[in-house]
Design a protein around this ligand. Structure first.
Ligand code: KG4
Ligand code: ZN
Length: 343
């Protein structure tokens, strides 16, 4: 079965072709980050217009590089939300038109859940070795921790009560005048600094509190920088980045350890989303957790369509009523309510 994935929720237009939902035949991404970098963040209307420009040529390139014609596609999967509504509407409208023209089923996909499938792509272990598991999505918009008993079963355990983890890296980068997206830039400075010489507040330290919080950490960095006035040396900024990075991830490790005591049957930890690219975090998490930790290949950490196709294929394969995928009467959504269990 040839599965097409389509992603347009933020500033990346992406297509991917997968065989049987697992083998990636081609994955293409047209990033707009250079255009948005001029403004220090994503401009929603500009993103929607860029998607409109990129979709058709990128779709044709994705097919021709894989040596396939459009009628080889058996299943289409598209990001339905959450994201920028104008950007989503462009991708969803394209997907509905394509599915209608090819008379193929169309699966609407939740972008945040799909990130987890980025960590599963190409994983050479059996599903029983992975599930049940704890799954972390750490991106520019989300810091979500899920309990998963199978590939389409998501139970939210914890989310951020304010900023997302990646968002706090972006804000700290902005305070330091580093540019956007800030995560890799802050990581590069942090890796040169000494985290022990700058104190950071331990946010939400209570072990039993299943939630994340990042705005206090970012505000603490803002005050530290304000105290330096114009005298901030490069070395001091590296130390501040190192201390910030350490606490940003220590918080996640503390919550994961609590979640593991609540779910002792977990067989693995899946980590996904743009922040999963952070190599410091990959090392400290693997040392701190005794279970196998799976991270996506770097090309599947940030937004891509392979994760959309993989997750959509699992949804399709797991449903008895396939007729619902031929009914295109559904909307895109910019936000969605997901309440942590027990709240
Ligand atoms: O998943 P993603 O590409 O887009 C969203 O759906 O948000 O995540 C982007 C986020 C940005 O906040 C970016 O700064 C962060 O991931 N990021 C990182 C690193 N690489 C990307 N954060 C920390 N360390 C990194 N190496
Ligand atoms: Zn994303």
């Amino acid at each position: 079965m040839i599965v097409l994935g389509i992603e347009s929720s933020c500033d990346e237009t992406a297509f991917a072709l997968l065989k049987n939902g697992r083998e990636v035949l081609n994955s293409k991404i047209a990033s707009q980050s250079e255009q948005h970098a001029l403004y220090g963040g994503v401009i929603p209307e500009m993103a929607a217009r860029e998607h409109l420009r990129s979709l058709m040529p990128l779709f044709q390139e994705t097919l021709s590089e894989a040596g396939l014609a459009a009628d080889a596609i058996d299943l289409i999967c598209v990001t339905q939300g959450p994201g920028l509504i104008g950007a989503l509407l462009v991708g969803v409208s394209f997907a509905k038109g394509l599915a209608n023209a090819l008379a193929k089923p169309l699966v609407p996909v939740n972008h945040v859940h799909a990130h987890v499938h980025g960590a599963l792509l190409g994983l050479a272990v059996r599903s029983e070795e992975v599930f049940p598991c704890l799954a972390l999505v750490i991106s520019g918009g989300h810091t979500n921790l899920y309990w998963m008993t199978g590939s389409t079963d998501f139970q939210l355990l914890a989310a951020s009560i304010d900023d997302a983890c990646g968002e706090s890296f972006d804000k700290v980068a902005k305070l330091l005048g580093l540019g956007y997206p800030g995560g890799p830039l802050v990581e590069a400075l942090a890796n040169k600094g000494n985290a022990n010489v700058v104190a950071m507040p331990r946010i939400l330290d209570q072990r039993e509190r299943m939630a994340f919080s990042y705005s206090g950490l970012k505000t603490h960095v803002r005050y530290l920088l304000a105290k330096e006035n114009d005298k901030l040396s490069p070395e001091r900024s590296w130390d501040i980045c190192a201390a910030f990075q350490r606490e940003a991830f220590d918080q996640i490790i503390r919550k994961l350890q609590t979640a593991l005591t609540l779910h002792p049957t977990a067989r693995s930890v899946l980590v996904s989303g743009g922040v999963a690219a952070n190599s410091y975090f990959r090392n400290v998490l693997t040392d701190a957790i005794s279970l196998p930790c799976y991270f996506p290949d770097l090309k599947y950490c940030s937004d891509n369509a392979a994760m959309i196709a993989a997750y959509g294929w699992h949804i399709y394969e797991g449903t008895n009523d396939l007729s619902r995928f031929h009914n295109f009467v559904w909307e895109a959504y910019s936000r969605y309510e997901e309440t942590p269990i027990g709240k």
